[in-house]
Design a protein around this ligand. Structure first.
Ligand code: MF3
Ligand code: CO
Length: 255
């Protein structure tokens, strides 16, 4: 599959999608507290996106029933929001969502603490975020996708955690998932070269314990096989001739 390079006009639509997404993420973050259900968090995200003129693109995608993937503790990705799942003190919760604006997509994920969490969970969240930024440093033209993968992977492993091997980052644009794949582990072939105009999602998914994951019977929720907690961090990134530009951002909100 060929890798599309985005025009300035397309990038500006993706920037707006990213802005709406991050504002929705911020509303969800503020609502996180012991007692809230994952369903309520999803509804806040969906409502905020719609109010700001965005389309919650996860809803209905491949049959996914909600606007936001909400994954708690050992759930790695694609957790389905539920009225029966209340967050409790000491949990960590990963929010992963995609917003479309005039046909163009942005994708981001964050993991947040619920109340007071253990030092080890704090470290897991921090290292997951840092590994994204290690990958981001490799986002210069001439480097390959594999340079991002290796940087992400090395940072995770150096800190005693493990990187997910089944789910990868991806290109993005008119589709939520476009070429190329952006794995969180190095492969023998380093993959395509980065070029200005490419837009990719870098999304480290990190397990505190072993890397193995299992799929629940709902066919969506991936959990760690050993029950250890997992974290996720993702942004949509534009490759330019100089520094990469994060498209999932909004003024006044920390990345
Ligand atoms: N960031 C997630 C991904 O790339 C978003 C999934 S939306 C869903 O897989 F609908 F597929 F869950
Ligand atoms: Co993604």
């Amino acid at each position: 599959m060929s890798i599309g390079l985005k025009s300035k006009g397309e990038v500006s639509l993706m920037l707006e999608a990213g802005r709406i997404l991050i504002l929705a993420m911020e509303e969800m973050r503020k609502a996180i507290a012991p007692g809230i259900t994952t369903y309520e968090i999803d509804k806040i995200g969906e409502r905020t996106m719609k109010d700001l003129g965005g389309v919650p693109a996860c809803k209905g995608y491949g049959g996914f029933p909600a606007a936001v993937c909400v994954s708690v503790n050992d759930e790695v990705v694609h957790g389905i929001p539920s009225k029966y799942r209340e967050l409790k003190d000491g949990d960590i919760v990963s929010l992963d969502t995609v917003t479309a604006y005039q046909g163009y997509h942005a994708d981001a994920a964050r993991t947040y603490a619920v109340g007071k969490i253990s030092a080890e969970k704090e470290k897991l969240i921090r290292v997951t975020k840092e590994s994204f930024f290690e990958g981001l440093k490799q986002c210069v033209p001439g480097n390959r996708i594999g340079d991002i993968s290796r940087a992400v992977f090395n940072h995770i492993v150096k800190n005693g955690f493990s990187a997910n091997r089944y789910y990868t980052g991806h290109g993005i644009g008119e589709e939520m998932h476009e070429a190329p794949n952006v794995p969180n582990f190095p492969r023998f072939f380093k993959g395509p070269k980065l070029k200005p105009g490419m837009v990719i999602c870098i999304e480290p998914m990190v397990n505190m314990g072993d890397h193995e994951v299992e799929l629940l019977d709902d066919d969506w929720t991936a959990v760690t096989a050993d029950g250890s907690p997992a974290a996720h961090y993702e942004n949509t990134v534009l490759i330019t001739k100089d520094k990469p530009v994060i498209l999932t951002k909004a003024q006044g909100i920390d990345i």
